[in-house]
Structure formats: structure tokens, C-alpha cells
Design a protein around this ligand. Sequence first.
Ligand SMILES: [Zn+2]
Ligand SMILES: [Zn+2]
Length: 138
Amino acid sequence: MAQQKQSRMTQQRLVILEEVRKLKTHPTASDVHDIVRERLPRISLGTVYRNLDLLSESGEIWRLATSGTQYRFDGNTENHYHITCVVCGRVDDFEGPTVEIGGASPAETLGYEIVDHRLEFLGKCPQCRDGSSDEAST
Ligand SMILES: [Zn+2]
Ligand SMILES: [Zn+2]
């Protein structure tokens, strides 16, 4: 807060970026904190939050607008959708065609220019479905 170090990516931010890009699990800030602490034992959760915010603002990572109480982060910034388990909150990539909106859309009628869109699928993940059925996995 007191100091502003701009332009140069700090060591902390680089480590956070590397770890988020490695993870496919769409971690929350505290998940990232747990992992990054193995490399930077003294890093605080607040620092992790701040760097995740900076990284998502600069487009290096995504901050996901998924259901749930905590933001989740994604190192994969290619256009893709997510499916969220309504039971445990797990988030997976949802492979499928992405939506292209062209021509006169309802948003244009309202006078909007579209800059982004969000689409989230909700479901029950295999583990949570196990509670009600005996289907073996794989
Ligand atoms: Zn689940
Ligand atoms: Zn993803």
C-alpha cells in the first residue's frame, strides 16, 4: 500500500503465475497460498491475493466468475467455459464450442458494446454423483 513498485514483475508474482499456470484445478487464493508457500515460506495470504488481482487485471490469468463464495483463478486464458459442481464446488474446464455473437444482438438493441461474455455450467461431479449411484469410475 505504501510503496508502489511498478513495471517489474516481482519474484513473488512470477512464482504465483508459474504455479497457477501449472494447476488445472482452478484454485482459490488460499489454495494458491498453500502451494506458493512451499517455495516462498514467508509469503502472506494478503500478498497472494494482491498479486492474483494484479495478474488477472493484466490478463496473465483469469479470475473466474463462477458460483461459490470465493474467486477461483485459471492459468489458461484461452476462451473456454467451466462447469461447477453444485455440491463440492469443484470447477473443471468444459470442453465445447464457444459462443460467437455477431450481427444484431439483444445487447446492441440496448446500446451495449459486448466486451466479454460468461457462461457457466452447473452439475454434479463424478465424486458427488457417487453418493447416489454405484457407477464405477473410468
Ligand atoms: Zn462435487
Ligand atoms: Zn479453466
